[in-house]
Design a protein around this ligand. Sequence first.
Ligand SMILES: Cc1ncc(C[n+]2csc(CCOP(=O)(O)OP(=O)(O)O)c2C)c(N)n1
Ligand SMILES: [Mg+2]
Length: 303
Amino acid sequence: MSQLTHDRPPAAAAPLEDRVERVAAAAYRMRHYALNMGEVQGQGYVGQALGSADIMAAVYADQLRFKPDEPEWEGRDRFLLSTGHYAIGHYAALAEAGIVPVDELDTYGSDDSRLPMSGMASYTPGMEISGGSLGHGLGVAVGIALGLRFQGSDARVFNFLSDGELDEGSTWEAAMGAHHHQLGNLTAMVDINALQADGKTDTVLRTEPLTEKWEAFGWFTQRVDGNDPEQLVRAFSNASEQASTTGHPSMILCDTLVGRGVPLLENREKAHFMRIDESEWQICRDQLTAGFEAATHEGTARS
Ligand SMILES: Cc1ncc(C[n+]2csc(CCOP(=O)(O)OP(=O)(O)O)c2C)c(N)n1
Ligand SMILES: [Mg+2]
C-alpha cells in the first residue's frame, strides 16, 4: 500500500523539496508498473505512460484529494482522463494511489479484467469517464466543475488531455465555457508529446502557439517541462493560487518526451503504439532503474 492515502492534498503542508521528491519517486514506480503491464500484452501505449508519468504523479501524489478505499467519496477531487488510450498510465497512478491493488496490474488487458486497454468508467475504480472518443473530456470536466459549484462543493476537477485532442473543436468550445462560467475549480493539463496516431502533431494540424491561444480563451496558462517534477509542482501551486484569487480556469501545458526514462524507447520510430520484443522488457526496466538511481545520486551529491 502506498503512502498516498489522503483526503487532504499532501501539497498543503509539505516543503517544496519534499513534494518534488515524492512526485519523482511516485513517477518512477509508476513507470515500472506501466512496463510490467505492457509486458503482459507485449505491446501497448507504453510510450505515453512513460512520457506522462510525471504529470500523473504530480496530480496523484501532490494534488488530489481522495480516499483509496472509497473511490466514489463525494468530497473527492475528480481526475478525468480524456484520452482512453492513456489508461495504462492512469492504472499505474491508481495503483500508486492504492485505489487499484498493485497485483491486479497483471490482469491488464485480459478478458474479465477491471483494467481494459482503453479506459472505461464502468470497469475501473477511480476512472471517472470513458475517454476513448477523443475531444470530450474537457466538456465533461466543465459540466462536472459547474455541477460541483452548484452543490457548494469545494472539490476540484483535473482534466488530462493529449495534444491530439487540441485538433477537436469540442475542446475549444469547452474552453470558452470554462472561462464564461469562471471555473476556478478546473485545472487542465495537456501532454504535449508532439505526436499523434498519424504522425508528428505539427504535420497533422499545427496548433501552436498554444500559450497565446489558451490565454486568449481566458485561461490562466503556464507552459512547463512536463518531465520535470519541480516545474510541475510549482505550476500546480500557482494554478491553485490563481484559482482562488481570480477564479480563472487553469491550463498547464506540459512538454514531454514519449518513452521518457527508458532510452531504448525514447526515440522509437513507431511510438504511438509500441510493440516491444520479449527480450527487451527487462532491458527497459534496467534502463529505467539505472536512470533513476543516477538522478537520485546526482541530487544527493549536489545537496
Ligand atoms: C474522436 C476520435 N478520433 C480519432 C480517434 C482515434 N485515435 C486514437 S488515439 C489517436 C491519436 C490522438 O492524438 P494523441 O492522443 O496526441 O496521440 P499520442 O500522443 O498518444 O500518440 C487517434 C486519432 C479517437 N479515439 N477518437
Ligand atoms: Mg500526442
